[in-house]
Design a protein around this ligand. Structure first.
Ligand code: B12
Length: 683
């Protein structure tokens, strides 16, 4: 936030003096790769790059050694020129004096590598560097040409700490809707009482439930000071939740206060052309000034656009204003092409859901780079509560198929698409696509007869084996009784022997629990489950595994060696890693578990600190698996010799073989990289 404030201040000074100079914005990172309050390099880049600066980079705090990874990141991702101005190493305290240990030669070598390999444009020296350091560096660089930069970056939002892609894969990015005074009675009450801790709890619940960003709206008729309430809420949330904020207000001063208070990169909700372009002009100017993205509603002077073609035309007009007149990028715009309730049966709206879906497709197709968002549950407004989740869910499914990037949706108001039975799905589709004249009537009739309470519904796992029950429960997010199911399987054969029970437990893990989790993942990938449901399945899986662990054999009192284990940086999946930890620990290894989202530097430092026998890395995303070669290369460069075990859904044996070869291409990492299909292979 301070860097943002400084840049905004500089721009004001430019305006006042009419003297314009380039701005080089740099941050300092500690040895773990974060700024003092925890901001990582991806967030810093996301927040600052669009602030009207000319160079972005790092300076001070550490030597080049600890800057290697963030510099590589900036080199690969920043569209602006990148600067790097390190210290001559980490200072040592010698008799009360700070001594910088890095000699000119290794300093110049590292910097030369940054320029040639990571395309750094501006280099220099901070604390502890001397004329000798710079002289050598200048000699080495000797008119090295100015490196090319990437032309485009991935559109991202950021909290104070970290950044997230605006386009999640699989879509949609979920915007939590419960910190909204108009939509949530509870939030409104807490807001009026100024109970900011209570508000933080609502925010945290949404994040725990899978929200990628939080919509914040503080407009209440009872109070005149929306701007002040917004400031206080944003201030509280930006310290307490690690997701970006969506600033939801119709008032310009409220939006501006929020953008001045939030350290991250926000999304403004929203603008449109209902009374012409004057207000939109002001919102886009704010977005430009504070580097925010904007949700744009397809409304113009004629009102809300109802056909796909009109939705696209209004979007095109807004796009021209934002991009051509205000210099925003296409990726800064998120179009909400509006959805209307189907409950009225009004002839004007019977095709409206179809038009919304087609509108999304048209906007995505004809305005490349922009994104789309939708408040899905408007569609079912006015229907009986038991009818809404299925209809919302089917609508969301088709919108995502049409290219929808973001959705404002409460998981509690959506039934997982995969669980809607064929008949209900058809009723919903008939209504959404206006496929039959009596679609509305049949839909209402059907849901009139559906019970809301599940008390009377027969147990769906009745008649299943315990294995089938566990599979069903993981898939359907049902925690109750998983321990009893495990116990039944283990004790079915009354051998009582510990080793026999261990065998059954391992078999259950590999043949029941893991396939169930894989199915959850496949359905998620196919758009049939949204993230909150995957989270709930993960909870059931965790509970089940925790109980199963009681039956796994344990070796006590010996240690075969120490394994430092972590889920790599940027990755939150830790069920597999935790399982590996248990299996290794049960089999006589000392395991140092560093947790999830662990930076490369921390993993290496801890492995050295614990004199590890091996390092274990887990990555489940294609994007985060790139951390693995990075760590292997760094180990190789530092001449360390820890064997590296790797695992997770994103990688395979071939990947393991490939990353054995280091960056220099001729050399291999001699201590080895071992792909492990499962925890037991790790053993
Ligand atoms: C549960 C889950 C989640 C949970 C994680 C909860 C938690 N605390 O772990 C939540 C809901 C939080 C989640 C979030 C996301 N997820 Co997810 N998730 C899954 C899911 C369904 C299951 C993973 C799992 O726990 N499996 C069970 C465990 C036991 O298996 P495992 O991890 O593979 O581990 C075993 C082996 O691989 C091996 N192993 C693993 N690591 C290691 C390490 C060592 C050293 C060794 C020896 C062995 C080993 O041993 C383990 C046990 O045998 C997978 C689907 C899948 N097929 O994997 C998707 C999946 C991994 N997720 C995916 C995605 C996209 C995401 C999100 C980006 C979604 C989003 N839009 O927000 C976010 C990620 C955020 C982030 N920055 O990380 C995608 C990844 C796609 C890709 N190609 O990159 C998948 C594949 C789903 C899909 N089909 O699209 N997810």
């Amino acid at each position: 936030l301070e860097v943002k404030a400084a840049i905004t201040g500089i721009h004001q000074a430019f305006e006042k003096t009419q003297i314009y100079l380039p701005i080089q914005a740099q941050v300092t990172l500690d040895t773990t790769g974060r700024m003092l309050l925890g901001t990582d390099i991806n967030a810093a880049l996301t927040i600052l790059e669009g602030m009207g600066i000319d160079v972005i980079g790092l300076n001070c705090s550490t030597g080049p050694e600890h800057m290697r990874e963030p510099i590589r990141f900036l080199g690969e991702n920043a569209t602006l020129p990148v600067s790097c101005i390190p210290n001559a190493g980490l200072p040592l305290n010698v008799d009360g004096q700070a001594v910088y240990p890095l000699e000119p030669e290794p300093y110049a070598n590292d910097m030369y590598e940054f320029v040639t390999k990571h395309n750094i444009s501006i280099v220099g020296g901070c604390c502890g560097t001397t004329p000798e350091h710079l002289k050598l560096l200048i000699q080495k660089l000797d008119n090295h040409p100015h490196p090319k930069r990437p032309l485009q970056s991935t559109p991202q939002l950021a909290s104070a700490m970290s950044a997230i892609a605006m386009r999640q894969d699989p879509a949609p990015t979920l915007l939590g809707e419960r910190c909204n005074a108009q939509g949530s009675r509870k939030f409104k009450k807490l807001l009026l009482e100024e109970d900011y801790d209570g508000i933080l709890d609502i925010a945290r619940d949404q994040v725990a439930g899978g929200a990628h960003a939080l919509d914040i709206s503080c407009a209440v008729t009872e109070r005149p000071d929306e701007a002040e309430l917004m400031r206080k809420v944003v201030k509280k949330l930006q310290m307490g939740v690690d997701v970006p904020l969506v600033i939801d207000s119709t008032e310009l001063d409220v939006i501006e206060i929020a953008l001045q208070t939030a350290p991250g990169r926000c999304l403004i909700n929203s603008t449109h052309l209902e009374s012409g372009r004057e207000k939109a002009d002001k919102i886009f100017a704010l977005a430009k000034k504070y580097n925010a993205a904007v949700i744009c509603l397809t409304i113009d002077e004629e009102g809300m656009a109802k056909t796909a073609q009109r939705k696209y035309e209004v979007a095109q007009r807004i796009y021209d204003i934002a991009v051509n007149d205000h210099g925003l990028k296409a990726e800064d715009l998120v179009f909400d092409d509006l959805t209307f309730t189907l409950a009225t049966g009004d002839a004007e709206f019977v095709d409206s859901a179809k038009e919304t879906i087609d509108g999304i497709r048209l906007i995505e197709e004809k305005l490349p780079g922009v994104m789309t968002s939708l408040g899905v549950s408007n569609l079912s407004f006015g229907f009986a509560p038991q009818a809404r989740p299925a209809l919302n869910s089917v609508m969301l499914y088709y919108c995502v198929q049409a290219g929808l990037d973001m959705a404002i949706v409460n998981a509690a108001h959506v039934k997982p698409y995969a669980e809607i039975d064929a008949e209900e799905r058809e009723l919903c589709e008939d209504l959404i696509f206006n496929r039959r004249e009596d679609a509305l009537q049949r839909f209402i009739q059907h849901f009139e007869n559906v019970e809301i309470s599940s008390d009377t519904v027969a147990d769906p796992t009745e008649g299943m084996t315990s294995e089938q029950k566990l599979h069903w429960k993981i898939l359907h997010r049902f925690k109750d009784g998983v321990e009893a199911d495990i116990d039944e399987i283990i004790n079915r054969e009354p051998t009582g022997q510990r080793s026999a029970r261990h065998e059954v437990a391992v078999h259950t893990l590999n043949n029941v629990l893991l396939p169930a989790m894989k199915e959850v993942g496949d359905k998620f990938g196919a758009g049939e489950l949204i993230l909150p449901f995957v989270l709930q399945s993960a909870e059931v899986m965790k509970k089940t595994v925790a109980h199963l662990e009681n039956y796994l054999e344990k070796m006590e009192g010996v240690t075969k060696g120490t394994v430092v284990i972590a889920t790599v940086y940027g990755d939150v999946h830790d069920i597999g890693k935790n399982l590996v930890k248990t299996i290794l620990a049960n089999n006589g290894y000392t395991v140092v578990d560093l947790g999830k989202q662990v930076p490369a530097e921390t993993i290496i430092t801890k492995a050295v600190e614990h004199n590890a026998t091996a390092i274990g890395l887990s990555a489940l995303l294609v994007s985060t698996s790139k951390q693995m070669p990075l760590i292997v290369n760094e180990l190789h460069r530092r001449k360390l010799n820890f064997p590296v075990l790797i695992g997770g859904a994103a990688i395979n044996r071939r990947f393991g073989r490939r990353i054995l070869q280091t960056e220099s291409n001729e050399e291999f990492y001699e201590s080895g990289v071992f792909y492990c299909k499962d925890a037991f292979e790790g053993l």
